[in-house]
Design a protein around this ligand. Structure first.
Ligand SMILES: Cc1ncc(COP(=O)(O)O)c(C=O)c1O
Length: 364
């Protein structure tokens, strides 16, 4: 057709979306990409082969719509999570982003509010506004922690319809005590989402909010295969909650939202959970090495229970980010003054980052 393309201002865009910025972490093809908290280890070859076999079998029936209830996959997640969960309590979608979107579509929307303690995962406000709801930011202490009493008071004050508790928190890495979850739950009549995207990187004796599910029908625990499972490109996230809450999500999901190929791939990967998670210890070692080394360079590493480290004491984050970029190392400027965030990679990637940072000079 040709012609000049319209500008966004010329289109009848929803008023509440005008001026908003889309999610846009840079996707530059640099040799060392440590900016979006992926697991940088590839899926082991024998697991990849088994996943491929499963996809090949699913492909034979791809002329038909997939199992709308992704029954086998929900059973796989229930088995993986344990805690006596059954498939009626499980839900999944294309990444935990879509899982969170389903919750917001069902429980937020126009005239309602969602709440989280900033700084936190940047998609929460975007997903919230996407449903027409209002985003309300709470605050954290100087070290990014929140106490149970403060969290409960802030939530009671804001009276939101949905509360996000990112545990551990992105982009800071901060752990969150279950006492905070309990206190926040008691301070609201709304839905409380505990986002455990990074839970597998927490210390082995850390307790999951899954242990709080019995008797709390408004509590949701979300997880993802994108991080520990090295499955970000497959787009698979999931949650556990009361069966009634799961039922509500059926009202808003698209029919057959999880493709047969996705279901086959995720179920196969779950069968290999111990191997897939075998890289977690190595990543935790690299994370702790990053913390120790940036501290030795004079920066401040914030406590992290995740696969990344937020470090402070950066004089000018944009300049440091660029200097690393020019050396082929991509990390993330998350917009917190004097801070940068880096994902723990393989030993070699982590070394490349630490060497590049050292070459940029010590902290101011
Ligand atoms: C806290 C948190 N939740 C959810 C997600 C989304 O993950 P995905 O949609 O890949 O499952 C991320 C990704 O970075 C995250 O940091």
């Amino acid at each position: 057709m040709g012609g000049v393309s319209a500008r966004l201002e010329d289109l009848p865009l929803r008023a509440d979306l005008r001026g908003q910025t889309p999610y846009g972490a840079p996707q530059a093809a640099l040799p060392v990409a440590l900016n979006v908290n992926e697991n940088t280890h590839p899926v082991p070859q024998d697991v990849a082969d088994d996943i491929l076999d499963s996809i090949a079998r699913a492909l034979r029936d791809v002329n038909r719509y997939p199992d709308r209830e992704f029954t086998a996959l929900r059973e796989g997640f229930a088995d993986y999570l344990g805690h006596g969960l059954t498939r009626e309590q499980l839900w999944a979608a294309n990444g935990s982003n879509e899982v969170l979107q389903h919750i917001l579509q069902a429980f937020a929307g126009p005239g309602r509010t969602a709440f989280g303690f900033s700084p936190t995962y940047s998609m929460y406000p975007l997903l919230t506004r996407g449903t027409g709801a209002r985003w309300v930011s709470g605050t954290r202490g100087d070290d990014y922690t929140v106490s149970a009493s403060d969290a409960a008071a802030q939530v009671a004050d804001a009276a939101p319809d949905v509360v996000f508790l990112c545990a551990p928190n992105n982009p800071t890495g901060t752990p969150l005590g279950l006492d905070v979850v309990e206190a926040v739950y008691d301070a609201t009549d709304g839905i409380v989402i505990v986002d455990e995207a990074y839970f597998e990187f927490a210390p082995a004796d850390a307790r999951s909010a899954l242990t709080l599910l019995p008797g709390r029908e408004r509590l949701v625990v979300s997880r993802t295969m994108s991080k520990a499972f090295a499955f970000a490109g497959a787009r698979v996230g999931y949650l556990a909650a009361d069966p009634a809450l799961v039922d509500a999500l059926r009202l808003v999901r698209l029919p057959y939202h999880l493709s047969a190929l996705t279901q086959a791939a995720a179920s196969a990967a779950l069968r290999h959970a111990p191997v897939m998670l075998g890289m977690v210890d190595e990543i935790v070692t690299q994370r702790d090495r990053i913390s120790a080394t940036v501290e030795a360079l004079g920066y401040t590493a914030h406590e992290s229970w995740t696969n990344f480290v937020l470090f402070g004491g950066v004089d000018d984050p944009a300049t440091t980010w660029r200097a690393l970029y020019d050396q082929g190392v991509l990390i993330r400027d998350v917009g917190i003054p004097h801070h940068l965030r880096v994902t723990a990679g393989t030993t070699d990637e982590t070394t490349a980052f630490l060497d590049a940072l050292a070459s940029v000079g010590s902290a101011a």
